[in-house]
Design a binder for this molecule. Structure first.
Ligand code: GCO
Ligand code: MG
Length: 404
């Protein structure tokens, strides 16, 4: 069998997604997600200009070999653009292999290790009453675990908290600019314990609660927050410090028993070396889409398991249904599954990418369709062309750029 076509599709059914579609001489197709939020076209070029021509004529069954060929062959290793492009190829090849075998991907990865996958949803509010309403809405949708994000007094806009009418920064290509949000760590640190007190008071001690600090704190501030939140027994505190400094987690870890989750911006196992071998975190957060695909992420999870660390694959709306499906197959197969982030996609995105995976009663399942179980409606995709849209930036009150 040979690959005869490699096509890159960019579509915006509500938000931008980049998808690789491989076709074999037998007429089989495989899909892979290559979406890198806010930098989409860099990955499109990497795939279209530098990878697609190399794939034509290759045997689609040689997944590991193709991965090594693209990773080692480029010489310039790692980084989100490279690894998102390689991820799309890897997932598309697994999709094809599953279709040839007539089996869902999780079966090729060793079969199911559990019946269903615990998901967590996002709750947010400008203030505490709005946040409590949002938690109630998630529970009504069936969620059994909830991430809590809230506005901070004195700050106009905080990332991860829906601001009425703010919308995304999607405007015609040339004019697109990131939204500017504001930040003040002192106000945030003094506000958060009261928020968790209110949520626990309302929903009791059992509901798994998560929180994302989104890389904004110093190690000492993160240690303080972790300690202050201990009475509320968090499922985890996520990305408490800027992720590239692995050593920073040593200090945080020494001071708090609040579980820690890190890794959504990581793209190779090397980014995790200190964190895993010194057991500084409890959950690894990388996405199939940004980590070079199912092949390397499986290896990462196996290494994490040695250190009693669990999986928690990044699953925001900017991972397409293709990337989400790949994650769910891997989640089902590995032994050290922890939890899966999931907030669903717009009805329009679900129409462009019809998927076999399901969400019910707070749990996900990848479904039984062969491969990853996603079909892309290309003629519908064409109706929603790319528009530039950026992630926000963050500034302190005096104007200094801050991690967001
Ligand atoms: C999360 C994340 C996301 C990212 C986003 C960037 O935990 O879900 O922090 O919201 O910020 O994926 O594109
Ligand atoms: Mg996050």
């Amino acid at each position: 069998m040979k690959i005869v076509d490699a096509k890159v599709v960019v579509t915006r059914p509500g938000r931008n997604f980049v998808t690789l579609k491989l076709t074999t001489d037998d007429g089989l197709t495989g899909l892979g997600d290559a979406t890198l939020n806010g930098r989409e076209l860099a990955v499109v070029s990497y795939l279209r200009d530098h990878i697609a021509p190399l794939l034509i004529g290759l045997d689609p069954h040689r997944i590991e070999d193709t991965w090594q060929y693209l990773y080692r062959g480029a010489y310039w290793r790692r980084g989100p653009v490279t690894m998102a492009a390689i991820a799309a190829v890897d997932v598309a090849l697994w999709d094809i292999k599953g279709k040839v075998a007539g089996l869902p991907l999780y079966q090729l990865l060793g079969g199911a290790s559990r019946d269903r996958l615990l998901a967590y949803g996002h709750a947010s509010g400008q203030d505490t009453p709005e946040l409590l309403d949002s938690v109630r809405a998630r529970l009504a949708e069936g969620y059994r675990a909830v991430r809590i994000q809230t506005g901070v007094p004195g700050l106009k806009a905080v990332y991860g908290v829906h601001t009425k009418g703010a919308g995304s920064a999607s405007v015609p290509h040339q004019q697109a600019r990131p939204l500017v949000e504001d930040w003040d760590t002192r106000s945030y640190l003094s506000h958060m314990p009261g928020v968790f007190e209110a949520v626990r008071h309302e929903f009791g001690p059992e509901l798994p609660l998560l929180h994302d600090a989104h890389h904004r704190l110093t190690p000492l501030q993160a240690a303080q927050l972790g300690k202050d939140l201990e009475p509320y027994r968090l499922f985890w505190l996520e990305d408490c410090t800027p992720a590239e400094n692995q050593a920073a987690l040593r200090l945080v870890r020494q001071h708090t028993t609040t579980p820690l989750a890190v890794g959504e911006v990581f793209n190779t196992v090397h980014d995790y070396q200190t964190l895993l071998t010194e057991q500084l975190i409890d959950y690894v957060r990388s996405a199939v889409t940004h980590f070079g695909g199912v092949t390397p992420l499986r290896k990462l999870f196996d290494l994490a398991a040695v250190h009693q660390i669990k999986s928690a694959v990044h699953g925001p709306e900017d991972i397409s249904p293709v990337g989400m499906a790949a994650a769910l197959h891997l989640d089902l197969a590995i032994h050290n599954f922890g939890i899966q982030e999931y907030s669903g996609h717009s009805p329009l995105a679900d129409e462009v990418f019809q998927h076999a995976y399901t969400f019910a009663d707070g749990h996900l399942h990848p479904g039984e369709a062969p491969g990853i179980g996603v079909d892309m409606d290309e003629s519908l995709a064409k109706k929603y062309p790319y528009e530039a849209a950026y992630l926000p930036v963050n500034r302190l009150h005096d104007g200094t750029v801050h991690d967001w």
